[in-house]
Design a protein around this ligand. Structure first.
Ligand code: BTN
Length: 156
């Protein structure tokens, strides 16, 4: 009985150690996605809210691309791989994009943001509504900021 209690404590200690020693995925910083778009997320407040800026590499609008504001929030997640969502209100077009995703960190400390998005374009009337929303996915990797993970360590 005593042996079993000891083993249980040992297992608990090991599990605690392995989860707490894993780096946390932090949204603050500058990220680039698979299309070449860049975004910068400023500090996340204690409620999980953040703002930032987005420079898309591609656009459906026939206008010069400009940096656009983003606003979002994340779950405050002790295990460090939070889900999040944010909205980009494009400053050079009348469209809006919402992203949802999760921040993952691997065993080397490399972070990725796995996201899905909905891009809503403005149409003339409700009859055109069926054609107004596009869906897609983007994967973001960190190019600058808080938790540089493997990229910093391999430079040492
Ligand atoms: C527009 O075309 O009206 C605004 C730009 C939309 C860019 C989209 S949002 C989803 C996808 N991911 C990106 O980084 N850019 C495109």
């Amino acid at each position: 009985m005593e042996k079993m209690g000891f083993s249980l404590i040992l297992v608990l200690a090991l599990v605690t150690l392995s989860t707490s020693s894993q780096e946390k995925c932090i949204l603050t910083g500058t990220w680039q996605n698979d299309l070449g778009s860049n975004m910068t997320i400023s500090a996340v407040n204690e409620a999980g809210q953040f703002s930032g800026s987005y420079l898309t590499a591609v656009s459906a609008a026939k206008k010069p691309i400009l940096v656009s504001p983003l606003n979002g929030s994340q779950h405050i997640d002790n295990l460090g791989q939070p889900t999040f969502g944010f909205t980009v209100t494009w400053s050079f077009s009348v469209s809006t994009t919402v992203f949802v995703g999760q921040c993952f960190v691997d065993h080397q400390g490399k972070e990725t943001l796995q996201t899905m998005w909905l891009l809503r374009e403005k149409v003339k009337s409700a009859e055109d509504n069926w054609n107004a929303t596009t869906v897609g996915t983007n994967v973001f990797t960190r190019i600058n900021g808080q938790n540089m993970g493997e990229s910093v360590r391999s430079d040492l």
